[in-house]
Design a protein around this ligand. Structure first.
Ligand code: ADP
Length: 252
């Protein structure tokens, strides 16, 4: 958040810098089951963001001292590739990725039935290949699809989306320019089925009224992501069933 002091034109003829309206998400594309070695995986493109999520487990938890006798241990690693941003990002964890990993893990712990798998670990890795603001939402949305792809029992998927304030206007799904020069960003992660909010963070300042408006836009954004997540999963499993039927019949 850089505040609104900029010469950059963020609005033109009532449209945002990339031609969107206030309530429009950037284009989203979700593909399920893209990694052969992982138990579940998801590749998600969201505007200029490209993220890959991989899930391993439930599997025996190592190191052993991290095992919980009553439930699975969920581990979440958010990582930005050095080539994901304009200037090379220093590889490895930093304060930001540690924070994002923590809040995302805490969100997913609430939705996965961890108690079904004592002493195991469920490892979620998300690699940001290209970043253009909103990567924590893209990563969390992809991770929950990858968990579903791995067959991990969950109450629901978490759908995540942000809204914020750009030049006094409340808009959904800020891109990098808007995020840099806007004055607030509110990423949330929700489950439509449980009706609960699992992630909510805020950067910058909003009045109570602006907050309500931003929350409502982010919520609507989450609902659109949720539909795309379900469709991507359905597409994969419908295709898989067709292949399996083909195999059974001895055809291609
Ligand atoms: P989010 O990606 O969830 O919006 P931030 O608000 O912290 O998280 O970051 C906004 C954007 O800033 C990122 O999506 C990325 O494009 C850029 N960014 C973050 N960290 C770095 C970094 N170390 N170097 C360059 N750009 C970065």
């Amino acid at each position: 958040m850089g505040g609104a002091k900029t010469n950059l034109v963020l609005w033109k003829n009532g449209k945002r810098i990339d031609g969107r309206g206030k309530e429009d998400l950037r284009p989203v594309k979700i593909t399920v089951g893209v990694l052969a070695k992982a138990d579940g995986s998801c590749y998600l493109e969201w505007g200029g963001n490209k993220v890959m999520a991989a899930v391993y487990g439930p599997r025996e938890c190592f190191p052993r001292h991290e095992q919980d006798p009553y439930k699975a241990r969920l581990r979440y690693r958010y990582n930005m590739a050095p080539f994901s941003v304009d200037d090379r990002k220093r590889p490895g964890p930093d304060r930001r990725s540690t924070e994002i990993s923590k809040v995302s893990r805490e969100a997913l712990e609430k939705i996965v039935f961890l108690e079904y798998f004592p002493k195991t670990s469920i490892d979620v890795y998300v690699e940001v290949l290209q970043a253009d603001a909103g990567t924590r939402c893209a990563a969390l949305s992809a991770a929950s699809v990858a968990l579903a792809d791995a067959g991990v029992p969950m109450k629901d998927l978490i759908a995540s989306c942000a809204a914020g304030k750009v030049d006094k206007e409340i808009v959904v799904d800020l891109n990098k320019a808007e995020d840099n020069f806007g004055s607030a960003d509110l990423p949330i992660g929700i489950s439509p089925r449980t009706g609960e909010i699992y992630l909510m963070q805020m950067d910058g300042q909003l009045s109570r009224q602006e907050f309500d408006e931003a929350f409502s836009l982010a919520f609507k954004g989450c609902m659109q992501i949720y539909e795309k997540q379900k469709k991507a999963l359905k597409d994969k499993f419908e295709k898989m069933t067709a292949t399996e039927i083909g195999d059974l019949n001895g055809t291609d």
